[in-house]
Write a protein that binds this ligand. Structure first.
Ligand SMILES: [Fe+2]
Ligand SMILES: [Fe+2]
Length: 181
């Protein structure tokens, strides 16, 4: 009888152990998009894009506007991919694309500033350079798998882009408009 009790106890213990082993691993939720970009379960219609192009961002210098729009689209795409992809190299690649387009765009603005001897050149260029450097640092960390592209970084990119267009670029394009650009 004692033997049967011991046997039953062993079966019970093994069944508990096997239950805990069979428990599906918790899916890692990317620590990325939890905030404003996601529709809520209660209100799926209220989906708000992370960032989108709007007339408010148009500065009336055609090439600059087109490049700004491309950057907004690229950032929205990066956000979308980062929301679902767990492959960091894919995210790093898209971030690289955004950085390349940003560098090309900054060069366009800087060439125009030089062409028309814009007084705010040094200050504006430093803001460009610092931003590119920050982005490259983030990209290096992602590529070396020392960091992930989190929501904080995406919000930083979005805030910089919007604030820069509405701030320094607005001043610059007003100047360029006066010069006939
Ligand atoms: Fe710009
Ligand atoms: Fe700029």
């Amino acid at each position: 009888m004692k033997f049967f009790k011991m046997f039953a106890l062993l079966i019970f213990v093994f069944s508990i152990m096997s239950c805990s082993n069979d428990k599906p691993a918790e899916k890692e939720i990317p620590q990325t998009m939890t905030e404003e970009a996601q529709p809520t379960a209660d209100n799926p219609q209220e989906y708000k894009p992370f960032i989108e192009w709007s007339d408010a961002l148009v500065l009336n210098v055609e090439e600059i506007d087109k490049q700004h729009e491309d950057l907004v689209v690229l950032l929205a795409h990066l956000h979308e991919v980062a929301s679902h992809a767990t492959e960091q190299h894919e995210i790093g690649h898209l971030l690289g694309e955004l950085i390349n387009h940003t560098a090309i765009h900054f060069k366009t603005e800087e060439d125009l500033m030089i062409k028309y001897k814009y007084a705010g050149y040094d200050e504006h260029k430093k803001i460009h350079d610092d931003f590119v450097k920050t982005c490259l640092d983030v990209q290096t960390k992602i590529n070396e798998e020392k960091a992930k592209l989190d929501m904080e970084t995406l919000l930083y990119l979005k805030t910089f882009l919007s604030a820069h267009i509405l701030g320094q670029d607005t001043k610059l394009t007003a100047f360029l408009n006066e010069k006939g650009e």
